[in-house]
Design a binder for this molecule. Structure first.
Ligand code: ATP
Length: 265
């Protein structure tokens, strides 16, 4: 979207509908098999000529504005300095890949398309975020295939605990290394989704038991499926329609947690 001399892009929250840990490489990286989708809950980036990074919005606190920020690292990789205003609407760290999605959004905005290895050097979730539609993600994030998927209606809840990704992976017990079941041709069904899992949920719950409370709250509010996304602590619940997800989100807001109804594509 162009507004005069500024360009605007949306960086949608990434949701891991499933996340199976299927092994570990010699270099320590975990191998994953994950169905990833994207929500209409977004960070907003506005880009113009210049070089500074400014952050505003409800989750601006704690977002680095120096070269630790993935937006700056992405622009450097693309060789296209820009001034960026980031409206940070997504909690972090949260298992929603907000930083990765911001990096991908700014790359799309400047028309840069670094090769997969360069994208991976920014973060395992950056390649999948370059095309924010349902995809199966394997390897360490570099093997991607589009997945047909009807829009899903969800509620996202983040209880406000910061779970460092490394600590959650470190708590993984030996997993059964099973990849996802074969995806139905027409895309994931509720039954299929219910049979898959997020292997990071048990270690994340060990560190932050409140995740169990969030999952119970989603189920009590009527979710067909409730599961954690990524390395947490955000969890999602699925509902049959957006109206029902909106209604559940309205009720769940009383919890005091960050609660958003959304549509996943
Ligand atoms: P993932 O699921 O990929 O681990 P996450 O949702 O848990 O991601 P991020 O939103 O990527 O977490 O943020 C993790 C940390 O990365 C932040 O706490 C912050 O220190 C740093 N960071 C770097 N760039 C950004 C960015 N653009 N927005 C937010 N945090 C960023």
């Amino acid at each position: 979207m162009t507004r005069g001399s500024t360009d605007t892009a949306f960086a949608p929250a990434k949701v891991n509908l499933t996340l199976h840990v299927t092994g570990r490489r010699r270099d320590g990286y975990h191998l994953l098999d994950s169905l990833v989708a994207f929500a209409d809950v977004v960070d907003v980036l506005t880009v113009e000529r210049g070089d500074a990074l400014t952050v505003c919005g409800p989750f601006a606190d704690g977002v680095p504005t120096d070269d630790r920020n993935l937006i700056r690292r992405a622009l450097r990789l693309a060789g296209t300095p820009r001034a960026v205003m980031l409206e940070k609407n997504l909690p972090h760290p949260a298992g929603l890949g907000g930083g990765s999605s911001d990096a991908a959004a700014v790359l799309r905005l400047v028309g840069a398309c670094p090769d997969p290895a360069a994208l991976l050097s920014l973060g395992a979730d950056v390649p999948v975020c370059m095309t924010p539609r349902a995809q199966r993600m394997r390897g360490i994030g570099e093997i991607l295939s589009p997945v047909p998927m009807p829009p899903l209606h969800a509620v996202l809840i983040n209880p406000g605990v910061a779970l460092p990704t490394g600590r959650v992976f470190a708590g993984l017990a030996t997993t059964d290394n099973r990849p996802m079941d074969a995806l139905p041709d027409a895309g994931p069904t509720l039954d299929w989704l219910a049979r898959q899992r997020n292997d990071l949920e048990p270690p994340a719950r060990q560190i932050a038991p409140v995740i169990g409370d969030v999952l119970s709250a989603l189920r009590e509010a009527g979710a067909d499926i409730a599961r954690m996304s990524g390395s947490g602590a955000t969890c999602f619940g699925l509902w049959p329609s957006r109206a029902l997800a909106d209604k559940a989100a309205h009720e769940l807001t009383l919890s005091g947690w960050w609660v958003r109804a959304c549509t996943l594509i």
